[in-house]
Write a protein that binds this ligand. Structure first.
Ligand code: HEM
Length: 456
């Protein structure tokens, strides 16, 4: 493996021509990022007619801005996506119109920079536990993806419920696992667009777990409402921040159902995506000796200073994390549906067309990036960082429906990466081939077995 600053991390070579229908379907099923063609990486818009409708793949910044921001009322989330996420019961990710607006207005301050900086100590503690665990496996193979997924869940658990999970924590965590596994699973009935009252057999099995998870969250909300609020620090507890949140326009608090939906939404939207951001960053650093040394030095300098300003001091770590999110954006594609006819990047859009914006393609697009396939975190160092267009680099989406958890996710990723790099040199386990696999998130195929060796 290369040991220099500029190397080409593993990624499929774009197809020269669109795949034939059968291999297209097979590739969509196995690993959709292998289906992209050179045309997608070179043109601002590519429109394809399929038997079930039109798909417009849009990678022009002005057109993306039109879809996600300026003309966004014409581009709601599509029914297929909502069905896959139906289990999130109208939290922020799936709600539309007024139901969404009220929640977004109330919850924006909850995950804004000021609140999130207060969670830095909890993130540092979680990173400390990971480091301790890996220390006891010095020189052995560890599964980085599994361990950082556990860590990301633990961080959410400790920041949402800072006084711990009520009742039987391990039973609840097991239910949570089954619940997350069921999320986003494509059911053949969804593909056939059968109405919602037709039960999805695949999801029947997870119903008990879902019920248990919902009950557990309800109990914790009720417990919090009963318990002495002074016993916890409201600035370091997401649930309290949610209970205290008000819609700034109407003064209305969120209902218990809305709080439950959003606790579950934050845990679902926040854990696997952040875990992948951490895993990909650690992998990329394992391939670049110069950046590995820079990040280890920055971590040694900064980690023991004040926790709440730490993310502002991890300048180089942030650049590496941003480069990892460019090359391997955990949400590799975003979709919408055109409610009415429109024009995007000079091409007509019919009513009903599916619009796909794929950060994975956009971030490697030949029109917008120099050497797009090379690992080069320097693109994200100041002052150059400020000139990167927000509709060309968008791992967290863009516009009013962009990620509400972006500050939280970036902060957690930087802190964990710094804590790990100060302590260890990581090496991919011999014989393991790292390859990006697009499921709900873009994750390393077959995990990321690595050897963690303590720095001398
Ligand atoms: C590296 C980690 C993360 C990535 C890459 C990511 C990415 C995204 C993207 C691309 C969207 C927009 C989807 C669309 O427009 O269709 C989004 C929305 C969202 N994300 Fe994240 N996310 C991450 C972490 C988090 C975390 C930690 C939380 C919560 C604590 C979170 C909560 C949400 C919510 C609630 C939405 C929906 C916002 C709305 O529609 O108003 N995400 N995320």
């Amino acid at each position: 493996m290369p040991e220099n600053s500029f190397f080409r991390p593993p990624a499929p070579v774009p197809q020269a021509e669109p795949l034939r229908p059968l291999s297209f379907l097979r590739t969509l099923w196995n690993n959709p990022i292998e289906a992209w063609t050179s045309e997608h990486f070179e043109r601002a818009i590519v429109t394809t007619r399929l038997p079930f409708g039109e798909i417009a793949v849009v990678h022009d910044p002005a057109a993306i801005r039109r879809v996600l921001s300026d003309n966004r009322n014409n581009y709601p989330k599509d029914a297929f996506q909502k069905r896959m996420l139906a289990v999130l019961s109208n939290g922020l990710l799936t709600a539309e119109d007024d139901q969404w607006r009220v929640q977004r207005r109330a919850l924006t301050p909850v995950l804004a920079l000021r609140s999130v900086r207060g969670f830095a100590p909890a993130m540092l503690r979680a990173a400390g536990h990971l480091v301790e665990r890996w220390r006891s496996h010095d020189g052995e193979v560890i599964d980085v993806t599994d361990d950082v997924t556990e860590l990301a869940l633990a961080v959410l658990e400790r920041t949402i419920f800072s006084d711990g999970i009520a009742g039987n924590g391990s039973e609840l965590r097991a239910a949570m696992r089954i619940y997350f596994d069921s999320l986003g699973r494509i059911d053949p009935f969804d593909l056939l667009n059968l109405p919602d009252f037709v039960p999805r057999v695949g999801r029947l099995r997870t119903r008990a777990a879902v019920r248990l998870f919902h009950q557990g969250v309800d109990e914790m909300i009720a417990k919090r409402a009963r318990s002495d609020i002074r016993a916890i620090d409201p600035q370091r507890d997401l649930l309290t921040l949610m209970l205290n949140a008000r819609d700034p326009e109407t003064g209305r608090p969120l209902s218990s159902a809305e709080i439950r939906a959003n606790v579950i939404t934050f845990m679902s939207a926040g854990h696997e995506s952040t875990a992948n951001a951490i895993a990909w960053t650690l992998f990329l650093l394992s391939q670049s000796a110069p950046w590995r040394e820079r990040i280890a030095a920055e971590a040694a300098r900064e980690l023991d200073g004040p926790a709440e300003t730490l993310p502002d001091r991890l300048v180089e770590t942030r650049a590496v994390v941003e480069e990892a999110l460019r090359l391997y954006p955990p949400l590799a594609a975003i979709s919408r549906v055109a409610a009415g006819a429109d024009e995007l990047a000079g091409a007509p859009i019919r009513r009903g067309a599916m619009i796909v914006i794929a950060p994975y393609v956009l971030h490697r697009h030949r029109l917008w990036w120099k050497e797009p396939d090379l690992f080069d975190p320097a693109r994200f160092l100041p002052p150059g960082r400020a000139s990167i267009d927000r509709y060309i680099y968008m791992p967290f989406g863009a516009g009013p429906r962009g990620c509400i958890g972006s500050v939280f996710a970036l902060q957690e990723t930087m802190i964990v990466v710094a804590a790990v790099m100060r302590e260890f040199e990581l090496e991919v386990a011999p014989g393991h081939v790292v390859w990006p696999l697009h499921r709900i998130t873009l994750r390393p195929r077959r995990g990321l077995p690595m050897i963690a060796r303590r720095r001398s």
